[in-house]
Write a new protein. Structure first.
Length: 182
């Protein structure tokens, strides 16, 4: 009995909802447009499918130039507030930092910062660094097979330019995770 009364209640509710929907007048949804506080808005045409608004002056003339001026001012403010791109540091020519910077510079400031940070951590910026645990060699502490697999593999692993070039090459191919230092 209880099961039947639930069905009957549900059926009555569905019929009432359907009747209410069919008898209520259909009102089109109106789109709203937000005007800038400085602009006055007048509606030019209203139809169920569109809602147009153009800012006008008090005298009734269209003032597109006012909107253009406001948009230009906003763009200028955003540009002025934009953070300048990170600068690539410069070092004395021939220094280890300069060699690393030159190797990583084509990859951007983030890559340069990564190269300087990792080489400082791995070898203390010592191109002759050696760790017998690997063994690992040079600025970026490459294992010999890894270094040989780079385009710089035919050069001296203790050459700072070759070691930094190999690290930049590996970094550019998604190999940054190969180093213990981050």
């Amino acid at each position: 009995m209880e099961h039947t009364s639930r069905h009957a209640t549900l059926a009555v509710a569905a019929v009432v909802a359907l009747a209410f929907t069919l008898t209520s007048p259909v009102q089109p949804r109106q789109r709203t447009m937000v005007a800038r506080p400085e602009a006055h808005v007048v509606t030019l045409a209203r139809s169920p499918s569109s809602h147009w608004a153009i800012p006008i002056e008090r005298g009734g003339r269209v003032v597109r130039w006012e909107n253009d001026r406001l948009l230009a001012a906003e763009a200028a403010a955003e540009k002025a507030a934009a953070k300048p791109p990170a600068a690539i540091p410069s070092y004395l020519p021939g220094t280890i930092q300069d060699i690393i910077t030159k190797a990583f510079a084509p990859l951007g400031a983030t890559a340069v910062a990564w190269g300087l940070r990792v080489s400082r951590c791995e070898s203390g910026l010592n191109p002759r660094a050696y760790n017998p645990a690997g063994p690992y060699y040079g600025l970026f502490q490459f294992a010999m097979p890894t270094f040989r697999a780079t385009p710089y593999g035919g050069q001296d692993i203790f050459d700072p330019a070759a070691n930094a070039g190999a690290a930049a090459w590996k970094y550019s191919r998604g190999g940054a995770g190969a180093w213990g230092c981050r």
